[in-house]
Design a protein around this ligand. Structure first.
Ligand SMILES: Cc1cc2nc3c(=O)[nH]c(=O)nc-3n(C[C@H](O)[C@H](O)[C@H](O)COP(=O)(O)OP(=O)(O)OC[C@H]3O[C@@H](n4cnc5c(N)ncnc54)[C@H](O)[C@@H]3O)c2cc1C
Length: 519
């Protein structure tokens, strides 16, 4: 029998590995199984956006990912016939410690996440497939099939991170709702020769269909082409076809010199109605599938994982009421729905005529809306606009200072904070401690008592110095006040008082935490 407090994570893709590592950091016993004997070598997702990097930074993997990837500072839309630039988006000014897209092949991302999981004591059980699942009021019983035979095990909770064809989803009796739009893409990871700047991602508009170029490390690049339906038997384009498409649609600016991975990809757009069927939580592609447009798929999944893990950790450790998990559905389902909606809008790609239509389609393809490719588009592309202002977990107590972040928004990470010894410190570094981060002006001692082992209280002016009042500017804290940052980096409670009773009632009434000392 498995530990009924423990969590089973089905799937060791990027979402399963992120979830499992976050759970392990928060002290939850976790098992991870994956039916594949070896990790996939398909490069699939090649972009990690700023918001995902911020979340992965808390796991301590951002530098390792950067070491394997390539920074992309901007995006450009060009005419595929002439090469003339039509629009561009500069990522260097976006409000993040990661003002770029990281182009990195998915096996590298998974290798880094697996390495981190191993450091946290997680052994990914490979060649182990979830084949059956039933749940009752107290737990989930599963059958895990491997070469050694069938094992029956019981867990408190199961996270289905088993991808687009999720068995977990099927076994809980839910299904994806959405549509098939019959759009096909030829994708290829190839070696290229080009004089184009490798620090820019490019989309080329062309009457025959869009083309995209994402430089990876070295001379490797991901190319994507909108193509006609290649037919049910065609699984991959030939290298010659990719060479021809590259030549035709990238204004002759890119030459293919070798190949790593070629595939056809058909767009489906769908989402499960319920991310939390009882004691089972669906995350990543198991919960939502959509086109690779804007490279949102894996990123949305990683952010699902960050949102889910801390809540599940509290619940699995009996520190919070399972009702807290309803906020996973509340917060993440709309985000997934928006991504699915955006990519569904791509049905216009290739059918719009004329330059404006093509440009519009192209811009939608990258950033999800018409080509006002300014700061707002860049922020949206980086997923920095994702927030939970309307969530039941977002509580703004008292007045709000104009320009400061509100409860539900992502915690700002301004320059200007220093440790007492004078060295600069980032909010991101403070968040690397597992659990909540409470920034407080006043009342720190009592706040520490109330927060207990749920997290860390940082007293501004004592633990961290703030000569320029950046906490006032960015968090709205006056002479007294507090900002409770959730483990996924979003602001839960922002108060214009440091009164510990405000924190106490937030934890008890909003997060439904009953025993703060437990996590
Ligand atoms: C061709 C292609 C190109 C893509 N390009 C991009 C892109 O550019 N940008 C982007 O963001 N996204 C892209 N995606 C999507 C991206 O790859 C996925 O969003 C991402 O892999 C989702 O991660 P995941 O962990 O949810 O699922 P997956 O990566 O699919 O991992 C699921 C894991 O679960 C395992 N599993 C499945 N069933 C079981 C079972 N019953 N028992 C045990 N284990 C099981 C699988 O073996 C697998 O390892 C692309 C996808 C494809 C197919």
């Amino acid at each position: 029998m498995g530990n009924t407090n423990g969590v089973l994570v089905v799937g060791a893709g990027p979402v399963g590995l992120t979830t499992a590592s976050q759970l392990a950091r928060l002290g939850v016993p976790v098992r991870v199984v994956d039916l594949l004997e070896q990790p996939t070598d398909e490069s699939r997702a090649v972009v990690i956006h700023a918001r995902s990097l911020e979340m992965l930074a808390a796991l301590g993997v951002a530098p390792r990912l950067e070491a394997r990837g390539r920074r992309i500072d901007g995006l450009e839309i060009a005419d595929g016939r002439t090469g003339a630039t039509r629009a561009g988006a500069d990522l260097t000014g976006i409000p993040s410690r990661y003002p770029f897209m990281l182009d990195i092949a998915q096996p590298d991302t998974e290798a880094v996440l697996a390495e981190r999981a191993a450091e946290l004591g997680i052994v990914v059980e490979r060649g182990v497939e979830l084949t059956a699942l039933t749940q009752d009021a107290d737990g989930v019983e599963v059958t895990l099939r491997s070469a050694a035979g069938d094992e029956t095990a019981r867990f408190g909770w199961v996270v289905g991170a088993d991808g687009g064809h999720s068995t977990t989803r099927h076994l809980v009796g839910t299904h994806l709702e959405g549509g098939f739009h019959g759009q096909h893409f030829a994708m290829a990871d190839v070696e290229v020769e080009t004089s184009l700047d490798p620090g820019t991602g490019r989309m080329f508009t062309h009457p025959d269909g869009l083309a995209m170029l994402f430089p990876l490390r070295g001379s490797r690049a991901r190319t994507i082409f909108l193509v006609d339906d290649p037919g049910p038997d065609a699984t991959a384009p030939t290298l010659e076809q990719i060479e021809a498409l590259t030549q035709e649609r990238m204004a002759g600016r890119v030459r293919v010199t070798g190949s790593h991975w070629l595939t056809y990809f058909e767009i489906h757009h769908a989402q499960v109605p319920q991310y939390r069927p009882g004691r089972v939580l669906l995350a990543g592609d198991a919960a939502h599938i959509h086109s690779p447009a804007g490279a949102q798929g894996m990123n949305t999944g990683i952010q699902d994982a960050a949102n889910l893990a801390w809540k599940l950790a509290l619940v699995a450790r009996h520190a919070a009421d399972p009702e807290l998990l309803d906020s996973y559905q509340e917060e993440r389902h709309p985000v997934g729905a928006a991504v699915v909606r955006t990519t569904t809008a791509l049905t216009g790609v290739g059918t719009t005529s004329g330059a404006l239509g093509a440009l519009r389609s192209a811009a939608m393809f990258v950033v999800g809306h018409v080509p006002a490719l300014g700061e707002a588009a860049a922020e949206r592309l980086a997923e920095l606009t994702v927030g939970y202002r309307d969530s039941s977990l977002a509580v703004q107590h008292g007045g709000h200072r104009r320009g400061a972040a509100r409860a539900g928004e992502h915690a700002p990470d301004p320059e200007g904070l220093r440790r007492p010894d004078g060295t600069p410190v980032a909010v991101e570094e403070l968040l690397a401690q597992p659990g909540f981060l409470l920034l407080a002006r006043g009342g720190a001692e009592e706040l520490r008592e109330v927060l207990g082992e749920l997290g860390t209280v940082v007293e501004i002016g004592r633990d961290v110095l703030d000569a320029d009042d950046v906490v006032g500017t960015h968090y709205g804290l006056g002479a007294e006040g507090l900002a409770l940052i959730r483990p996924d980096g979003y602001l839960g409670l922002v108060a214009d008082t440091a009164d510990a009773s405000v924190l106490r009632s937030y934890l008890a009434d909003v997060l439904r935490v009953g025993a703060p000392a437990a996590v």
